[in-house]
Design a binder for this molecule. Structure first.
Ligand SMILES: *Cc1c(COP(=O)(O)O)cnc(C)c1O
Length: 429
């Protein structure tokens, strides 16, 4: 695509955008009465207008039925997780019994590590990317301690090479091979939250399995952003949150994937609760846990229906748009953002916004991250005052002491004009 930094160019792409109608199905925050240019759907997705109605239905049924809403509601609460499986399965490339909407991300990650991090004296190491989201680092660190190992020894972090900001797949695969006798589990991000790098899920999983390790992914920044194929890639387990690209509201219900080869194996260790019990006997309140088949057997508590109602509203939009169609638009949209940032840098000899997200579209989703030089915070503040909502990560030794600006044009509701307006705001700097 030959991009051009002009309003008419952006508007012509918008006019041809088959997904353009979805923009009007979201609420955009306003500042001084004007809708912002929202480029932080990677952090908190916007509110689908339909969500209120989905939640209202649950209020109505609660009001009318009380406890009987478990069975008499329009969407019976007892079976609530069934309503999300099909759409979720498409988003993460799974069979519908391999996924379930439940719990919340970090808590789910702990539950999955209970099942898939079972260290032994010989095989006790767990591998992850350096600069993983802190919650994941804390989860892994405390899991390792819980099992009586020392995190400094048991956690293998894969770091970028000197002077680089993203990982090379060859380095990841090499590290897996080098640790093949001690590796219990690999737990990588799908897309790294800071760099925006999309990892090679298939290659990492294959290498992990050659090393006889379990392989799982935290898809917080991948679910709803890039199509993934968890089942076909033979991934053992995965989890994600739904308030980022999946627009299901802060603290909303999370989701998990467990490959069917494990999901139907009742001897896989798990921390159980009544909602994971066999559905036909769940309310008999009998002694002795009998897991449901599939990922649903990992459910612990009864479904948070209000959160899950919002989630459903958003998933319906994904169903209608199609994750592959979203990806097509996303590549163009992020390519356009990359183009305008490069133009800005070319005019600005300081390379003020050095892109650290991989150039190769196969190695990224919609987010671009920029290492900001000395005046990065100033650029960020000025963008904010022009109504461009992006995100600033404070300077961190992991980025050579620089701050990072992240922008994520989301294909479901961002437009090419949004990207042009960002260029315009930068042009005034
Ligand atoms: C956003 C995010 C989290 C947040 O965890 P919660 O339990 O939902 O608060 C955790 N891990 C990753 C990789 C994230 O991107």
């Amino acid at each position: 695509m030959q991009y051009s930094n002009s309003l008419s160019f952006a508007q012509s792409l918008d006019a041809n955008d088959l997904l353009k109608k979805f923009r009007s199905q979201f609420h955009f925050p306003k500042v001084n009465g004007k809708e912002v240019i929202y480029l932080t759907g990677n952090s908190l997705g916007l509110l689908p207008k339909s969500a209120r109605q989905y939640v209202e239905q649950e209020f109505i049924d609660w009001e009318n039925y009380g406890v009987e809403a478990h069975f008499d509601a329009k969407n019976p609460w007892f079976y609530y997780h069934h309503f999300h499986r099909e759409a979720l399965a498409k988003i993460v490339g799974a069979k519908k019994d391999e996924v379930v909407a439940m719990g919340s991300l970090t808590a789910n990650l702990h539950l999955l590590l209970v099942s898939f991090y079972q260290p032994t004296k010989e095989r006790y190491k767990i591998m992850m990317e350096a600069n993983a989201f802190p919650s994941d680092q804390y989860a892994v660190e405390t899991q390792v301690r819980f099992h009586g190992y020392n995190p400094d020894d048991a956690i293998i972090e894969i770091k970028p090479r000197e002077g680089e900001y993203t990982l090379r797949t060859e380095d990841i695969l090499k590290a897996i091979d080098e640790n093949k006798d001690q590796l219990a589990t690999i737990m990588f991000g799908g897309v790294n939250y800071l760099s925006g790098q999309l990892f090679d899920i298939k290659a990492i999983t294959e290498a992990g399995h050659r090393a006889c390790a379990f392989v799982g992914f935290d898809l917080a920044h991948a679910a709803g952003n890039v199509p993934v194929k968890l089942h076909d890639c033979n991934v053992d387990f995965a989890c994600w949150c739904t308030y980022k690209y999946l627009n299901s509201g802060a603290g909303g219900v999370g989701g998990i994937f467990i490959h069917e080869k494990h999901a139907n194996n009742f001897s896989v260790p798990r921390f159980a609760g009544w909602w994971g019990n066999e559905e036909s006997t769940r309310f008999e309140m009998k002694k002795g846990f009998v897991p449901q088949t599939g990922a649903a057997g990992w459910q612990v508590s009864n479904a948070p229906v209000f959160n899950m109602a919002i989630h459903r509203a958003s998933l319906e939009l994904f169903e209608e748009a199609g994750i592959e169609n979203l990806r097509k638009k996303s590549e163009l949209l992020t390519g356009f953002l990359e183009f305008i940032i490069e133009e800005y840098n070319a005019k600005n000899s300081l390379q003020a916004l050095k892109i650290i997200t991989p150039k190769n579209v196969k190695e990224r989703g919609c987010q671009l991250s920029f290492i900001a030089t000395a005046e990065g915070k100033e650029i960020f503040n000025q963008l904010s005052s022009s109504g461009i909502v992006c995100d600033w990560r404070e300077p961190n030794p992991a980025n050579g002491g620089a701050g990072v600006i992240r922008m994520a044009p989301v294909p479901l509701y961002n437009s090419f004009e949004d990207v042009f307006r960002t260029a315009e705001a930068l042009g005034n700097l």
